[in-house]
Design a protein around this ligand. Structure first.
Ligand code: FES
Length: 103
């Protein structure tokens, strides 16, 4: 899989990912700025907030994810997701935009 990360200023970075990793883990491992993932994917921080650019085959937002998105540092939008919940599969190409602030 590949993840295309767009920063708030429009800069894009493409990262080769490993299937089974989340969009959050892929960002943290590759030093993509703006995705913190402070809780390590436990749905208790919302510092992995992203805007998912397009329709992808991910499970819908769970109740816990929905609650955390409400307290994200940058206001949520219709396409907001917590990137620790976006687990990549083979061949997938995912585009996300990183919000202005995570804290
Ligand atoms: Fe904490 Fe995603 S890493 S909610």
């Amino acid at each position: 899989p590949k993840v295309f990360y767009t920063q708030p200023d429009g800069t894009e970075r493409v990262v080769e990912a490993v299937a089974g990793d989340s969009v959050m883990q892929t960002a943290v491992r590759n030093g993509v700025t703006g995705i913190l993932g402070q809780c390590g994917g436990e749905l208790s921080c919302a510092t992995c907030h992203v805007f998912l650019d397009g329709g992808y085959d991910f499970p819908p937002v769970s109740e816990d994810e929905d609650d955390m998105l409400d307290v994200a540092a940058t206001d949520r939008a219709d396409n907001s997701r917590l990137s620790c919940q976006l687990v990549l599969s083979d061949g997938q190409e995912v585009h996300v935009t990183i919000p202005e602030a995570q804290l």
